[in-house]
Write a protein that binds this ligand. Structure first.
Ligand code: GLV
Ligand code: MN
Ligand code: MN
Length: 414
């Protein structure tokens, strides 16, 4: 309990507010795309805050690690963190809370004089959001081997900037940092995060003990028609890519209808070429984000997406490419129980719940025992400038993290 008691709520809140200035947008939001100049500034600020003597390091996809040594130099590290990039119109807490809570927990262990057996690595994963380069959770997926680095390097953002170039710029901003390997062995992984849903707030609980993460599949659908003059081309002969896309989206909404309201289906990006009021659209691409807790549903409905698009293409051509496919994951009892114990010890109300959002934890769960700690966010709103988490809830999450770390990393006499 000494570790939890040493968490400093004001420092944690001040750091959130300082980070929120980097990439600030109107309405209290944040736009901090991965590997952007603001991402580089956020990384530099984090490094500025490190306690003296802490050695940072990066890997080849710019995942950033900071080690707190353990008593046994041969023991595997317990890794803790999340991400610092945001959605294009995101909030001040999604991602960064996990990194700042991790830093706060390390400082709390220092202040409490706790020397853990295992080293603890704080991590900030690259490109969790997938707003600039798709897919999301790229840094953790490459780290664990679920995705190859080479396949990421050639990606471009919407301005045509190559991932490889943005990555080199980011790595060059911290010259001389030692390099870590991908997939180094890890004793356990913990990720604190805002809930991004309303369940904790509705149940008046301060801590969510996360049991697992629902599965997610992403697709890009490209519809190709033919440009023509809006005033002269007869409707009968048109190849209107937007009309076809609208039909497809309506049919996909039917396909994805779920009377239980468990399935999540979103078309969040639509691009129209040439996007001119008086030209028949020649090309449309749209994204699909589709999620469910059961692999069976993801397989079955996901397997019908392409056929539904083809059936509604009319005179246009269509291609459907899957860009992300992550099965649901279940966190092991040992970690879930440890977090629950820590919440009880720290005196915070808690409940078990699954995650609707995906997280880097989803990929870490492939390679090490993994768990997540949620704190409430107002009205469950996230991926929005309106996202808000209260300072006392953030501190509660950091306290539970510190206590869980002291337990899992073998804190002497905590
Ligand atoms: C992560 O940001 C997600 O979309 O769940
Ligand atoms: Mn996040
Ligand atoms: Mn997010």
């Amino acid at each position: 309990m000494r570790a939890a008691a040493a968490v400093d709520q004001d420092r944690l809140w001040r750091r959130h507010m300082a980070m929120a200035e980097i990439g600030a947008i109107p309405g209290n939001g944040v736009n901090r795309p991965c590997l952007s100049s603001d991402d580089i500034r956020a990384r530099a600020l984090l490094l500025d805050w490190l306690p003296r003597g802490r050695q940072p390091a990066v890997d080849r996809i710019a995942n950033l690690f900071v080690r707190r040594p353990g008593r046994d130099p041969n023991a595997l590290p317990v890794v803790v963190g999340s991400h610092m990039d945001s959605q294009p119109a995101g909030g001040r807490f999604d991602g960064i809370f996990g990194v700042l809570a991790g830093l706060e927990a390390l400082e709390a262990l220092d202040a409490a004089g706790i020397a853990t057996l295992h080293p603890i690595d704080l991590v900030a994963w690259t490109n969790e959001e997938g707003g600039r380069f798709q897919p999301g959770a790229m840094g953790s997926a490459v780290f664990t081997g679920a995705l190859g680095l080479q396949s990421c390097l050639k990606l471009t953002d919407r301005a045509g900037i190559r991932f490889e170039d943005a990555l080199q710029t980011t790595l060059a901003a911290t010259p001389g940092l030692p390099r870590r390997d991908f997939r180094f062995p890890i004793a356990a992984y913990l990720e604190p995060h805002i809930e991004q849903g309303p369940r904790l707030e509705n149940a008046h609980r301060q801590i969510g003990v996360v049991t697992g993460i629902q599965g997610a599949r992403w697709y890009v659908v490209e519809v190709t028609g033919e440009a023509a003059h809006a005033g002269t081309a007869p409707l009968a002969g048109r190849k209107d890519a937007l009309r076809a896309a609208v039909r497809m989206i309506a049919a996909l909404q039917e396909l994805m209808h779920d009377p239980q309201d468990q399935l999540r289906f979103t078309v969040g990006r639509l691009e129209v070429v040439p996007n001119s009021p008086n030209t028949v659209p020649a090309k449309v691409s749209f994204s699909i984000d589709f999620r469910h807790p059961e692999a069976r549903v993801l397989d079955e409905r996901g397997g019908r997406i392409e056929a539904v698009c083809r059936a509604n293409a009319g005179p246009c051509a269509v291609t459907v490419a899957e860009t992300f496919n992550r099965a649901p994951c279940v966190f092991p009892d040992a970690i879930v129980d440890a977090i629950e114990r820590a919440a009880a010890l720290a005196g915070h109300s808690h409940m078990r719940l699954p995650s609707g959002a995906f997280h880097d934890a989803n990929f870490l769960a492939d390679v090490t025992p993994t768990g997540m700690i949620f704190v409430p966010c107002r009205k469950g709103i996230s991926h929005s400038p309106a996202e808000y988490a209260a300072p006392e809830d953030l501190a509660a999450g950091a306290r539970v993290l510190a206590a869980t770390l002291a337990d899992l990393a073998g804190g002497a006499a905590d």
